[in-house]
Design a binder for this molecule. Structure first.
Ligand SMILES: NC(=O)c1ccc[n+]([C@@H]2O[C@H](COP(=O)([O-])OP(=O)(O)OC[C@H]3O[C@@H](n4cnc5c(N)ncnc54)[C@H](O)[C@@H]3O)[C@@H](O)[C@H]2O)c1
Length: 301
């Protein structure tokens, strides 16, 4: 899809981070928007920002609709897709972007936490793809953009739930793209693998208590350290994603960290895992020392 002007894009997780940046950048190109998020307040703010960024064209105002929904809810997703097609007359793009993070050991993991992340990160992408596909085909020019992660390229201790969902999104989307190519139906698909992006995902992540003392010293330190790896802005990430859609890329890697991780996992598919263990031990030793030093300083004060 070379141009987004006068197209209609549906975006999940539009209330924050990359979803919000995608909405704003598409609005600047006069792409009509159907925005969804589970958070009504942040969703309304994205709609306001997108409207404010849209070029003022007399007689053709930008249409922005919003829907509060949980992407894990299959019926709600199908309802939203039908509503979007009715409100906008057509749908050309769906960005299955909503996602959450979970940090836990496998041994100590609650099934409820695993079901929560699989429901959003994997089933949310499946529902969004299946619900919107008939409308994308009907439009004659459609594109599905599914967000995986750098964690869909390589695994990390404490991230098994997240890893499982993001590898699943990758497999699902790569197969989807091949099926769409065979069908020659005017719809394409791209799998997105962001590295660390400066968004709200770390602070809203679930960190299980079993991680404390194993890889981190406290929940907050775990979240803060996670954020230290966020080297790309959401605006830059959205720019790279939209460029990938324009060029009809099968996969889009965002950031030098994602490119390095991809190279490492392909070059050393078994050995990289030992390197990750070494690096994780080193980082935990540093966090432990920092926590002990802070405790000692607190006692002295
Ligand atoms: N930030 C990163 O470093 C990074 C790296 C790789 C992949 N990703 C992926 O990028 C995507 C976007 O994340 P982000 O970094 O912009 O995070 P973010 O937390 O800033 O935004 C995620 C949005 O999704 C919404 N959301 C969460 N659960 C939902 C649900 N059940 N239904 C509807 N909306 C829901 C949240 O309310 C939020 O507005 C996610 O799929 C994430 O896994 C992020």
């Amino acid at each position: 899809m070379k141009s987004f002007t006068d197209r209609v894009a549906a975006i999940t997780g539009a209330g924050s981070g990359m979803g919000r940046s995608l909405a704003i950048q598409l609005a600047r190109e006069c792409c009509h928007l159907a925005l969804a998020d589970r958070n009504a307040t942040s969703l309304a703010e994205t709609a306001r920002l997108a409207q404010a960024e849209a070029p003022q064209i007399v007689g053709a105002p930008l249409r922005v609709t919003t829907r509060v929904l949980d992407v894990a809810d299959r019926a709600a997703m199908f309802d939203w897709a039908a509503e979007t097609a009715a409100q906008h007359d057509r749908v050309n793009l769906v960005f299955n972007n909503a996602g959450v993070a979970l940090s836990s050991t496998i041994e100590g993991m609650d099934y409820a936490d695993l079901e929560w992340i699989v429901g959003i990160n994997f089933w949310g992408v499946v529902h969004g793809t299946k619900a919107f596909l008939p409308y994308l085909k009907a439009s004659g020019a459609g594109h599905i953009v599914n967000t995986s992660s750098v964690f869909g390229l390589f695994a990390q201790p404490g991230m098994s739930g997240y890893n499982a969902t993001k590898y699943a999104v990758r497999g699902f989307t790569e197969a989807l793209r091949q099926e769409l190519d065979l069908m020659k139906c005017g719809v394409s698909a791209t799998c997105v693998h962001p590295g660390g992006i400066h968004t709200g995902i770390a602070q809203s992540s679930r960190i299980a208590s079993n991680m404390v003392g194993f890889m981190i010293e406290s929940e907050q330190q775990g979240k803060d350290d996670f954020e230290k790896f966020f080297i790309t802005t959401p605006d830059e990430a959205a720019r790279v994603i939209l460029d990938g859609v324009r060029k009809n890329r099968r996969r889009v890697l965002i950031g030098r960290d994602a490119r390095a991780a991809d190279w490492l996992a392909r070059t050393l598919p078994a050995a990289y895992q030992a390197l990750v263990v070494m690096q994780t031990r080193r980082m935990h030793r540093i966090a432990h020392k920092r926590a002990r030093a802070a405790e000692a300083a607190g006692r002295r004060a």
